[in-house]
Write a protein that binds this ligand. Structure first.
Ligand SMILES: [Mn+2]
Length: 228
C-alpha cells in the first residue's frame, strides 16, 4: 500500500528537504504533499519550488504563496500594485518562470485523502471545505487562534483567553494535517496534527507519514535545520 507523506512548512529550506527525503526514502507510488509555505524566508525558495515540481511533490497553498499569486494577478492591471513585497519576495518573483507560476497557481486550498485532510492554517467547526467563500479562504490560510466567542483572532492579537483552533476542532472535515503555526514538536490533537516545527527558524523540518489514509495512525520523521 502506498504511504501518504506530508511535509511541514519548508520555507525555502532546500537542503533539509532533500535530507528528510533521503531519510524517508519515498517509493514511486507514495504520495507526497506539503502543507504550504514552501517558499519565502529561507535561502533556497526557487530551488525548492523546482525540486517539488521535478519530484512530483504536491502542495496545498500557504499564505506566502497566496500573497505572491495575488501580487501577480494585480500586476496585470495598469494600476499601482496594492501588494507590497519585501526584498526576498521580489527576488522570488523575478526568478519565476511560467511553469513555476503555473505550479503556484494550481496549489489547492486543501487536499483530501480518505480520512486525512491537508490545509495550511486551520479550520473553524462551522467551515465546510466544499463551500468556501473568499473571506473564509483567507482565514483558512491564516487561522491560529479563536477568541472566547470563537471568532478569528488576527496575527499577534491573541491573549491568554485565546484558544488554538485545533484544541477545539471537532473533526467534521476529517483529520487535519496543517502547518503555519510552528511548534517545538509536532502538535497532536484528537482530530488534527500540526507539522510545522520551524525549520527556517533553526528548528526542525518534519514530515508525518500515514501508512494508510483510512487510518489516522502516523509516524513522524524529522531533520534538524542546518547551521547557517
Ligand atoms: Mn504560513
Amino acid at each position: 500500500m502506498n504511504r501518504l507523506i506530508i511535509y511541514g512548512d519548508i520555507h525555502g529550506c532546500y537542503d533539509e528537504l532533500v535530507q528528510l527525503r533521503q531519510k524517508i526514502n519515498p517509493a514511486k507510488d507514495d504520495i507526497e504533499v506539503c502543507v504550504g509555505d514552501v517558499i519565502t524566508r529561507g535561502k533556497n525558495s526557487v530551488k525548492t519550488l523546482r525540486y517539488l515540481q521535478n519530484n512530483n511533490i504536491k502542495s496545498v497553498i500557504g499564505n506566502h504563496e497566496d500573497k505572491l499569486i495575488r501580487y501577480l494577478a494585480h500586476q496585470k492591471n495598469l494600476k499601482k500594485n496594492p501588494i507590497k513585497l519585501n526584498e526576498d519576495e521580489q527576488n522570488i518573483i523575478n526568478c519565476l518562470n511560467a511553469e513555476d507560476i503555473k505550479y503556484l497557481q494550481n496549489m489547492p486550498l486543501f487536499m483530501r485523502f480518505n480520512k486525512i485532510t491537508i490545509l495550511h492554517g486551520g479550520l473553524q467547526n462551522h467551515q465546510k471545505l466544499d463551500n468556501v467563500s473568499k473571506k473564509s479562504h483567507a482565514k483558512i490560510l491564516r487561522l491560529r487562534y479563536l477568541d472566547e466567542d470563537r471568532n478569528f483572532v488576527s496575527y499577534g492579537q491573541e491573549d491568554d483567553k485565546s484558544i488554538f483552533w485545533a484544541d477545539i476542532y471537532d473533526g467534521n472535515q476529517g483529520f487535519i494535517v496543517y502547518g503555519h503555526q510552528n511548534f517545538n514538536e509536532v502538535k497532536v490533537n484528537q482530530h488534527a496534527l500540526g507539522v510545522d516545527t520551524g525549520c527556517v527558524y533553526g528548528g526542525e523540518l518534519s514530515a508525518a507519514i500515514f501508512k494508510d489514509s483510512n487510518n489516522k495512525k502516523f509516524s513522524i520523521e524529522s531533520v534538524n535545520a542546518n547551521v547557517r
